[in-house]
Design a binder for this molecule. Structure first.
Ligand SMILES: [Zn+2]
Length: 163
């Protein structure tokens, strides 16, 4: 193989082959995704998954999916290096907690809207986002379920919000 014929022009091996101290062949599976100027990418992937596993995983995928696979492996590996216990699961569960918190806040805000409508327009029986034009029973039942849900899950928040 002539080094000068390589697409990347430079005679230097890709980051993977450099770290593994091997010859970077023209058909190197790593070369398109681990350029020599980003050595940290392969270093963490190699540390967490191992070079032979990464080779296997890439070879099992069609070429058009390999770039995405490398990106996700680099993300997972970096997270694992940063947080050896939880890895990227730490990020997932913290985002899940944020979702739960925001959903609770949303439910509280929706309950407050219902509550304010009931106070302002006691004769109005249907809120605009209530699709069914049925009786007042339906609305009061719906608002009560909001209140109940918030009382159960967020007693301390409700005390300040609901006199
Ligand atoms: Zn290589």
């Amino acid at each position: 193989m002539k080094e000068s014929s390589r697409k990347q022009g430079a005679a230097s091996p890709c980051a993977a082959c450099k770290l593994l101290r091997r010859r970077c062949k023209e058909d190197c599976v790593f070369a398109p995704y681990f350029p020599a100027d980003e050595p940290h990418k392969f270093a963490s992937v190699h540390k967490v998954f191992g070079a032979s596993n990464v080779t296997k995983m890439l070879q099992e995928l069609p070429e058009y999916q390999r770039g995405d696979a490398v990106s996700s492996m680099v993300y997972e590996a970096n997270a694992r290096v940063r947080d050896p216990v939880y890895g990227c699961v730490g990020a997932i569960s913290s985002l899940q907690q944020q979702i739960d918190m925001l959903q609770a806040q949303l439910a509280l805000a929706q309950a407050e809207v219902v509550h304010m409508r009931m106070r302002q327009f006691p004769s109005m029986t249907n809120s605009p986002d209530n699709a069914s034009p049925s009786s007042s029973n339906r609305r009061s039942r719906q608002s009560r379920s909001f209140f109940n849900m918030d009382m159960v899950e967020h007693n301390n928040m409700d005390d300040s919000m609901w006199p």
